[in-house]
Design a protein around this ligand. Structure first.
Ligand code: SF4
Ligand code: SF4
Ligand code: SF4
Ligand code: SF4
Length: 283
């Protein structure tokens, strides 16, 4: 998968026709073959843009910043990224006319070892679902499959699972990189921020980390698109996808097979109330 040339051409055209103020893409980090997000205001920077199977980041995270929120922005969205774009539009965080989305029919991205990323192996929608132009050949929606790590973990006894998660929470340093890197965490005042939180004090205990991360994952329940921006940002390399994939699975199985951001104006699982919804999983 390499759309570098096409993306450079489209970005040039958008600046030349004065259709955008910013373009958000990816560039090489300059140290190895990994990339970093790249925000351009000057068309002279366009030759630095790249897009291939190392373009791992969900760039819609850069639409929530104060300096881009009310500007005209061009950006590249893979299938998962476009689902978060759909949600940002549905949740009135953006105006559609301010965004020019180059949609990708994604063939998957690779991890540091060069292997296909786990979320790509389990991806339900590789094609962009919202876009102004689409690159590649659509492959269509795939069947939902439960996350392999979650499946393995749920087969273990409850005590072992509790021990496992104690260690996860113990290693959280409450830096909030996870929530800052999530496109769907855009609240001006966040209830889990250590400095400003009204819910949790600034202590860095395992218990406060657990409460903060559990609250965070519940705020993403029915909204997480499995882009794994949060996990890539975590300095402690915590398996945050386990929290989100568990919520996703419960919601998929109990709320009319809901998956986040798949359709325009879909406000989410909690708005899809039906009298036939099961409630036997509620404590
Ligand atoms: S999760 Fe799907 S859309 Fe997202 S990068 Fe992987 S294959 Fe592409
Ligand atoms: S990024 Fe990792 S270490 Fe930082 S708050 Fe989130 S889970 Fe904790
Ligand atoms: S919680 Fe993580 S995986 Fe889910 S949408 Fe946010 S950044 Fe992406
Ligand atoms: S964790 Fe909750 S309150 Fe904080 S930014 Fe995310 S959605 Fe908003």
């Amino acid at each position: 998968m390499d759309y570098t040339k096409q993306i450079q051409e489209i970005a040039s055209k958008l600046f030349a026709e004065n259709k955008i103020d910013y373009f958000v893409g990816c560039k090489q980090n300059g140290f190895d073959d990994n990339q970093v997000p790249f925000l351009i205001t000057d068309p002279q920077d366009i030759p630095k843009l790249v897009f291939n199977d190392k373009s791992v980041f969900n760039l819609t995270n850069y639409l929530k910043a104060d300096h881009t929120r009310r500007k005209r922005v061009g950006l590249v969205v893979k299938g998962c990224d476009s689902r978060s774009l759909n949600l940002l539009l549905t949740e009135s965080q953006l105006k559609r006319e301010n965004v020019y989305a180059i949609g990708i029919c994604c063939e998957g991205v690779v991890n540091e070892k060069g292997e296909k990323a786990q979320n790509c192996i389990e991806c339900v929608m590789p094609d962009a679902v919202v876009f102004d132009e689409l690159l590649g050949t659509p492959k269509g929606r795939k069947d939902y499959i439960a996350n392999v790590d979650l499946k393995e973990l749920t087969e273990k006894p409850l005590v072992e699972r509790a021990d496992y998660f104690s260690k996860v929470f113990e290693n959280c340093i409450r830096c909030n990189a996870c929530r800052h890197s999530c496109p769907l965490c855009y609240c001006a005042k966040c209830c889990i921020d250590q400095e400003t939180s009204t819910l949790y004090n600034g202590s860095n205990t395992t218990s406060s980390a657990m409460h903060a991360l559990m609250t965070w994952s519940l705020h993403l329940a029915g909204r997480c698109v499995d882009c794994r921006n949060c996990e890539k940002a975590c300095p402690s390399h915590l398996p945050l996808h386990l929290l989100h994939k568990q919520n996703e699975k419960v919601i998929f199985e109990n709320f009319q097979q809901h998956l986040a951001g798949m359709e325009k104006d879909d406000r989410g699982a909690f708005y899809k109330y039906s009298l036939t919804d099961p409630d036997d999983f509620i404590l």
